[in-house]
Design a protein around this ligand. Sequence first.
Ligand code: NAD
Length: 359
Amino acid sequence: MNIFSHPDFDEHERVLFGHDPQSGLKAIVAIHNTNLGPALGGCRMWPYSNEDEALKDVLRLSRGMSYKSALANLPLGGGKAVIIGDPRQQKTSELLKAMGRFIESANGQYITAEDSGTSVPDLKVMAEETSYVAGIMEKPCADGQLRSGDPSPSTAYGVYRGLVSAVEFRLGRSDLSGLKVAIQGVGNVGFRLARHLRDAGAELWVTDIYDDMVQRCVKELGATAVHSDEIYGLDVDVFAPCAMGGILNDQTISQLKATVVAGAANNQLDQPSHGEALRQRGILYAPDYAINSGGIIDVCYERMGNFDLQAVNVHIESIHSTLMEIFARADSEQQSTHVIADLVAKERFTNPEKNHQLP
Ligand code: NAD
């Protein structure tokens, strides 16, 4: 296993390996960049088939968090953690507590949150051993009720606002009634995005590997269910990937009829060249970490101890102007949108003195 010469190393500041024989914990914390603040990013638990796969995943996700927070103008750096193991079989409170102690050992340079395989209750167990946990505070909703610390509602709201921006830019319309949208993955974020879109009058086509998730959209939102393989080639205006990464690739891009791709999934482009492939086909791609930053904005305000729903939503709405600037610059420079997003974000975290921070 190479670290410093790893293709995804990309100047990480620290990569920490944690092992606790008693609980069986094997975990990696990657801290990409802390120029703008402590590195905040979720803790994923996944049954990686080998350690190289886990290292690659944590390095790529950690780097992505530096770009996401910088582009969202947050006083945060980029980091991520992975636990090697099957969350359905190997997740015990002993293991989660050992993970908490491991996070504590980074002395606040890394703050954890939810990701695939970890939930709010899991994070609360980690929080028994470390204070560097976010995404666990109960938060007020617009209707005055409280919701859990899970940032998915904020992510979904941000993706919805970003999708509207992309439609406005590419299709020249701000009214979504009758807009045709295909959503891949209707879990925590995808379902809430579907609800925002339905409320705005859009027509929905949905797929998921779990039929009960699909049926919820059919029954509650009037969506049309489609098979997983059919989702790419539908005659729709927008394709919204809200499941897993790597789905914009040589096989799928050629099938797309949508002229806008705007969704929540992380690392949607299989390779950077696929961003250019989308541009060549006249498809406007909303860069994933630019459109899905609602969740990190939510946990950032929680972490700073001044969670105010209105301020959080105003900040999330800035995804609109950020995307509009990226789209306009990409058009004028004949570049793909992800290249422009990378340039803007990297400029911010490598030159922190020029960065505009939270009010
Ligand atoms: P989730 O696990 O709740 O939902 C994902 C859904 O996708 C699940 O219902 C799953 O069954 C489905 N799915 C998986 N593979 C599929 C396939 N091949 N075809 C169709 N459906 C498939 O996850 P989530 O929290 O909704 O996150 C969705 C995506 O957004 C992930 O890529 C995540 O990394 C990203 N994201 C989430 C947040 C957040 O706040 N939850 C923030 C930023 C980015």
